[in-house]
Write a protein that binds this ligand. Structure first.
Ligand code: FMN
Length: 301
């Protein structure tokens, strides 16, 4: 799965991923329902394969977005920032699957009870909003705690990590950062260059005092957040500083004052490729890794 990323995952990227055999997801973020509908129409023109929409439940437009999703019978939605429970009965009526993103066992169990179809367990290595646990720790704990399929996210960019996620009990993976540098991804070239140049320790988590920490690449904006943290500034000051900053980076290309959300695997993204090349590369590497592991296990008998 390609993660639904606000300002990043448009119809162009999502349709290319779905066409290539993955599952493309449009990131609705805080966008109005008309924008989301337009993207859905564009995807349907470009692919007949399944696709999804990521719905941020804290968006002021969430009710209207859900109506658009029902109208177009979108095959699946992923959700963040809340409990989609109240929308589930109507979504089920039109066959839309609901897959929330979770970062704790308690939330995973609560959402399973509310009738969701699967879960995305996202570790703190990921780009964007993060929880506390790593993918390695979180995924098996959620797999053990629920009886619905679990998809792993956070820190997955190649075939080795894909196989690792499957071995933790996940049925599949969701990737965000690696798809940022897909040729079909329409973000500003400055952001792609920043991700391509990133090294292992170039991402940090900011905004912990707001209760909504975010992982992004280090830049001037991050230093401003650090200053606020040192001053123990109130949460409102963090929120004020963050307003519009994701768009500033992704659309305007300001990689110093904008929020360049990206995961720890940014350092592993080394070239711009098509979505199809990315998926093929991962599958081919995973097959080799798997065969090699099998050999090693047999040799140890
Ligand atoms: N997840 C969401 O649920 N909603 C979002 O709007 C969202 N925006 C993101 C924006 C960016 C630039 C990035 C890098 C991630 C975002 N994510 C969002 C998380 C991704 O969907 C995905 O779960 C995550 O990137 C996986 O970890 P990885 O970055 O290590 O691949």
């Amino acid at each position: 799965m390609q993660g639904g990323m606000a300002w990043v995952a448009t119809a162009e990227l999502a349709a290319a991923v779905s066409e290539a055999g993955g599952l493309g997801i449009v990131g609705a973020g805080q966008a109005p329902a008309e924008w989301v509908e337009n993207e859905i129409v564009k995807i349907k023109e470009r692919t007949s394969k399944p696709y999804g929409v990521n719905v941020m439940l804290m968006s002021p437009h969430v009710d209207d977005i859900i109506e658009v999703i029902i109208k177009h019978r979108v095959p699946l939605i992923t959700t963040g920032a809340g409990n989609p429970g109240k929308y589930i009965p109507r979504l089920k009526e039109v066959g839309t699957k609901v897959i929330p993103v979770v970062s704790s066992v308690a939330l995973a169990q609560r959402l399973e009870k509310s009738g969701v179809d699967a879960l995305i367990a996202e570790g703190m290595e990921s780009g964007g909003h993060v929880g506390e646990l790593t993918t390695m720790s979180l995924v098996p704990q959620i797999v053990d705690a629920v009886n619905i399929p679990v998809i792993a996210a956070g820190g997955i960019a190649d075939g080795r990590q894909f196989v690792a996620a499957l071995s933790l009990g996940a049925v599949g993976v969701q990737m965000g950062t690696r798809f940022m540098c897909a040729k079909e991804c329409v973000i500003h070239p400055n952001v792609k260059t920043a991700v391509l140049k990133a090294k292992d320790r170039d991402t940090v988590v900011t905004g912990r005092p707001t209760g909504h920490p975010v992982r992004c690449l280090k830049n001037k904006l991050v230093r401003k957040f650090d200053e606020l943290e040192r001053k123990a500034a109130p949460a409102e000051e963090f929120e004020k500083l963050g307003v519009g900053k994701l768009r500033l980076a992704m659309v305007e290309g300001d990689v110093e004052l904008g929020s360049v959300m990206a995961g720890q695997v940014a350092a592993m993204v080394c070239r711009e490729e098509t979505a199809s090349e990315i998926i093929q590369d991962i599958i081919m590497q995973a097959e080799k890794v798997f065969a090699n592991m099998n050999g090693r296990i047999q040799a140890g008998r």
